[in-house]
Design a binder for this molecule. Sequence first.
Ligand SMILES: [Zn+2]
Length: 270
Amino acid sequence: MLIAAIYFGGLGLIVGSFLNVLVLRRGVMSLHGRSACPSCGKTIWWYDNIPVLSWIMLRGRCRYCGSSISLQYPLVEALTSGLFVAVGLAGFPEYLFSLHAALMTLGALVIVSLLVAITVYDMRHTIIPDEWSYSFGALALCLAFVQAPNIWTVISGPVAAIPLFFLWLVSRGRWMGLGDPKLALGIGWLVGIPLGVIAIFASFIIGSLVLLPLLAYERLVTHKGEVSQASAGLTMKSEVPFGPFLIASCLLFWFAQLYGIALPLSMFGL
Ligand SMILES: [Zn+2]
C-alpha cells in the first residue's frame, strides 16, 4: 500500500511536470525541445527541473537571471501527484491481479491528467480546449460503458450537460461559454446520473463559496482606495473561468464514488 502510494505519487509528479509544459506550449510551440527560462532564455538542466523540489531549492527564482518562476509549476505537480495517489489507492490491489482493473485505473489516471490540464488552461485563458474536453468525454463514456453497457450510461452525459447548455443558450454565451457544457458531458458520463446532475449544481455552490468572499474582499479594498496592491480586479462583471469549479465538484463526487463513500444526498430525495 505504501509502495503503491509512493509509486503513484512519483508518477504524478512527473506527469504534472509534463502537464505544465503542455498547458504553456499549447498553440505556442512544439512539445519537443528543452525547457528554457522565459526571461533569460538559458536552458534549464535536469537538476533544476525536478518536480516541486527544484522550485523550493531555487526559492521560485531562475538560477541565472533571478526572475521569478510561477507558483503554477510546483502547485500543478503537487496537485497531480495527490490525485494520482488517490486514484492509485482507490483501485489497490485489484489492478495487480486483473487486466480489467488495471485498464480502468490507467483510464482514471488519464482522466485526472486531462482535468488538471483543463483546470490550469481555463484559469489562464478562460477557454477550454475542445480536444481536451472531448478526449475526457470519450474516455469517461468508454469507462462507464464497460461497467454498465446500457442506454442510461449513454444519456447520462447529455443529461448533465443540458442545464449548462441552456444557460449558454439563453445568455447567448454571456453567463457561460460553450466549453462548460462540453466539459459537463464528460462529467455526466464519469459519475452517471443522478450524481452527474448533482455535481453540476454543486459546482455553482462551490463557485459561490469561493467567489463571494473574494468579491466582498475586493469591494472592501476598493473602497479604501488600495486597488492596485491587493485587488485582482475582480468585479461582478469579470469573466471568471467556470471549468475549475465544475472539475472540483466532479472530482469530489467521483472520488466519493471510487472510495464508496456514502454522500448525504437525502436532501435530494435519493
Ligand atoms: Zn532566467
